[in-house]
Design a protein. Structure first.
Length: 342
């Protein structure tokens, strides 16, 4: 156990402490420019597989390789809990004659539709999507709408269909495990990263396999709802699960939509500083996004986001060391958990 605790200390320092390798990340889902990203000082970048969400706008492998060669980890955004009507798989006939697995349009995000993610047809669509991403050379996946398991267990979802929250959670866990197995075993990319976004309370129904499979977690809106601070009780409830993930040696990527666009001054500066202070005190990696939630640009805050970094060679070596240590942490965690069960 002492060795495991020491490994945890090493990975926490490697990710979160000043002067170490991974200090920052960025999140841009529209019109991302590979050259701009490559020349930025962000350590991890989450982008869509395409400039505009369509196959015709896909980044080519050379563009992704250019970003990676600049010392960055590149994750591809992928919604596995909702279908999006601008994606390659969308069929316009579904608006009038939807497949059984397609839910009603999300009123908060027009063009997005919750899916019954346990259906094989949806699995086949996602695997085809993953194949495109792998062919581009991404380091891993950033999986959105994990939390849709709560939608299908909500009797007020308007679908005339619900399942228990436990069943919905376990079906989502199985789906994530299937994606991870496909990437790492069937496709043979054993260091492929799997980072879900939100839905951290799914750990309540996890036997440990989900926690073992994921490489970290992305967290939105933990401390703020837009520009407004959140209720401490809600924060504490979410943090309970997030810290289980972090204590297992996984990266926590935090994003808050707290920048009102007025510049790093006055109340806006105070809010951004407050967020950064809270995230860093927990060992999470912060990203202050613009409050319009469009994620259509790299939000640069001079001297703050991203922080100044070491030279490229040192940075690249540092990132590789962190990834190796993360793998060791995960392995040690599995061994210890296995021994505790026996």
């Amino acid at each position: 156990m002492a060795i495991f605790n020491r490994l945890c200390q090493m990975i926490n320092v490697g990710i979160t402490e000043p002067g170490t390798s991974i200090k920052s990340w960025a999140y841009q889902l529209q019109n991302a420019d590979p050259e701009e990203i490559a020349t930025s000082n962000f350590d991890i970048i989450v982008i869509d597989y395409s400039r505009d969400g369509t196959d015709s706008g896909m980044y080519n492998p050379e563009e992704i390789e250019m970003i990676k060669e600049s010392g960055k980890i590149v994750l591809a955004y992928l919604s596995i809990g909702e279908a999006e009507d601008y994606r390659f798989y969308w069929n316009d006939s579904w608006r009038e004659n939807p497949p059984e697995w397609l839910g009603k349009e999300n009123p908060e995000w027009p063009g997005n539709y919750p899916v019954r993610y346990w259906y094989e047809e949806w699995h086949e669509i996602i695997i085809r999507y993953v194949d495109k991403i792998i062919s581009q050379g991404f380091n891993g996946l950033y999986l959105n709408r994990i939390d849709v398991f709560e939608y299908w267990s909500n009797p007020d979802n308007g679908e005339n269909f619900t399942i228990s929250v436990e069943e919905a959670a376990k079906l989502m866990i199985d789906f994530v495990l299937k994606i991870a197995y496909y990437c790492r075993v069937e496709r043979g990319i054993n260091d492929f990263l799997i980072v879900p976004q939100n839905g951290e309370n799914i750990l309540e129904y996890d036997n440990g396999s989900y926690l073992d499979a994921i490489s970290g977690i992305g967290i939105e809106d933990l401390w703020y709802e837009g520009l407004k601070p959140k209720d401490p009780e809600e924060i504490s409830c979410r943090m309970h699960y997030i810290d289980i993930i972090k204590e297992a040696g996984k990266i926590v990527l935090s994003v808050e939509y707290v920048d009102d666009g007025s510049g790093y001054v006055g109340e806006n500066k105070q809010r951004i500083d407050d967020y950064y202070s809270k995230a860093r005190s927990k060992g999470y990696i912060p990203y202050a996004a613009l409050c319009d939630r469009k994620l259509d640009e790299l939000n640069i805050i001079d001297g703050i986001q991203p922080p100044e970094t070491e030279n490229l060679e040192e940075k690249t070596v540092g990132l590789l060391i962190v990834l190796i240590i993360m793998s060791l942490i995960s392995l040690a965690y599995k061994v210890i958990r296995s021994k505790s069960k026996s």
